[in-house]
Design a protein around this ligand. Structure first.
Ligand code: AMP
Ligand code: GLY
Length: 426
């Protein structure tokens, strides 16, 4: 089989690295890809948000048998629907199901209607009414722009002043564009402010009939050590989540995963693909913080290396709605990904800095914002590389990853030094 993966980042490189291990995959393509994907796939220089350009390319390449649409934005505009209409087999939800991530108002209403545990919230499209509500509720309080905002549309406000400023930014100044026409105002889940580590990402494969959780992972969203500084796309991950247990898995499966799959079916929006549950452990049990309609980045970088089953078999089982028939197996042990970012990220940063890579031991380098210019490897984005190591324990894996980091350099390179430390004391 020849497989095209759509997307440019570390997640897509990680998916390609897993597909490369498949016995059934011949040639890999990546649209547009980066310097890492170019080593194992043919990079295709087409803008994946330009639906007619994607369709033209796919139409001209009948040798492509299967297409994985990885990022949220092409899913939200219905790229899967368009490719399926051309007779292509795809991995990723259709537009009417991708809305579970693309509209937070949709997902909050869904959870309310189907009794799926989440933070209490109200939805507003009127600034004055939203302001009144915030003043009545008081801080801490969480503001979420309804639409997609590159992972930056959520403001956790510690005091009323911050909340009022945030509301103005989102609804009046349109800091996230049209994504802020509608706002979700949410209760700040208890405990988070003091223990930001109570979050876990559980990704699941689902074909609309069966839902199968993958191994758990934990992200580090803030840019600096100790969960300080602004939110980013994710500065590092580790797997598995140390506080995870069979009891929690059962609770999440029975009260969150299965009900979500059934709710989407009942709404006529069957979800097929990877459904990502961002969860928080609270005094009142596990609650949904967010849904994503896709693999997480950088969660995928620590999950897929642990997958023993052929990823292509899993993808096809989802497409053909026979996920119940296959067994998905995982390696024992742990995996850590340390993200190396450009200086200044998540705000302004320079591009085109030359990257030098020395001895990185057993670590795997997953490329995100990299390119080749005049024969040299250079930075081309905010998150540049993920340094991924496996180990017997998280501690073992993180030591190997940080040892490898020492061998990598460019001007302005920044990274967190505490990835995987969060739950060291349980
Ligand atoms: P999201 O973009 O939805 O993942 O939100 C970004 C981050 O904001 C989450 O990972 C949480 O740390 C935090 N967050 C979101 N919703 C809440 C909430 N209701 N209470 C506390 N923290 C939240
Ligand atoms: N790492 C969080 C996300 O992919 O949304």
């Amino acid at each position: 089989m020849n497989v095209l993966v759509i997307g440019n980042g570390g997640r897509e490189h990680a998916i390609l690295l897993a597909l490369r291990k498949s016995k059934r995959v011949d040639k890999l393509y990546c649209m547009k890809g980066n310097a890492g994907t170019a080593q194992i796939a043919e990079n295709v220089d087409v803008d994946y948000m330009n639906v007619s350009a994607v369709k033209k390319y796919v139409g001209e390449h009948p040798e492509i048998d299967y297409i994985v649409v990885a990022p949220d934005d092409p899913l939200a505009i219905g790229l899967v629907d368009e490719l399926e209409a051309m007779g292509k087999r795809c991995f990723g939800p259709r537009k009417n199901a991708a809305i579970i991530e693309a509209s937070k108002a949709f997902s909050k209403n869904l959870m309310k209607k189907y009794n799926i545990p989440t933070a209490e919230s109200e939805i507003f499209s009127d600034y004055d009414k939203a302001l009144q509500y915030i003043r009545a509720k008081g801080a801490p309080i969480v503001l979420k722009a309804d639409g997609l905002a590159l992972g930056k549309g959520v403001l956790v406000c510690e005091d009323l002043k911050q909340a009022e400023e945030g509301l103005k930014e989102i609804m009046l100044d349109k800091a996230f564009g049209a994504a802020g026409n509608v706002i979700v105002i949410e209760e700040c889940l208890k405990g988070l402010k003091y223990t930001p580590g109570e979050e876990v990402s559980v990704l699941a494969f689902t074909d609309g009939k069966t839902i199968v959780p993958m191994i758990t992972s934990c992200d580090h969203k803030r840019v600096y050590d100790g969960d300080k500084g602004p939110n980013t796309g994710g500065m590092g991950t580790f797997s598995p989540c140390p506080f995870w247990s069979e009891e929690l898995e059962k609770e999440v499966y029975d009260k969150i995963m299965l009900p979500t799959m059934h709710a989407m079916n009942a709404e006529g929006r069957t979800f097929k693909g990877c459904l990502y549950f961002g969860l928080m452990r609270t005094d009142n049990g596990m609650k949904v913080v967010e849904y994503n309609s896709r693999f997480g980045d950088p969660e995928t970088q620590v999950i897929l290396p642990m997958l023993k089953t052929d990823l292509m078999d899993v993808f096809e089982a989802v497409t053909d709605e026979r996920l119940a028939d296959i067994k998905i197996e995982w390696e024992e042990g742990a995996c850590v990904c340390v993200v190396l970012a450009s200086g200044g990220y998540p705000l302004g940063y320079a591009k085109g800095k030359q990257i030098t890579i020395g001895n990185t031991g057993e670590a795997v380098l997953v490329h995100a914002g990299t390119a080749v210019k005049d024969g040299k490897l250079v930075t081309s984005g905010g998150r540049v590389l993920g340094v991924v190591s496996k180990g017997k324990t998280i501690e073992d894996a993180r030591k190997k990853a940080y040892k490898a980091v020492k061998g990598i350099h460019w001007e302005g390179m920044q990274y967190r030094t505490d990835i995987g430390e969060k739950y060291r004391k349980g």
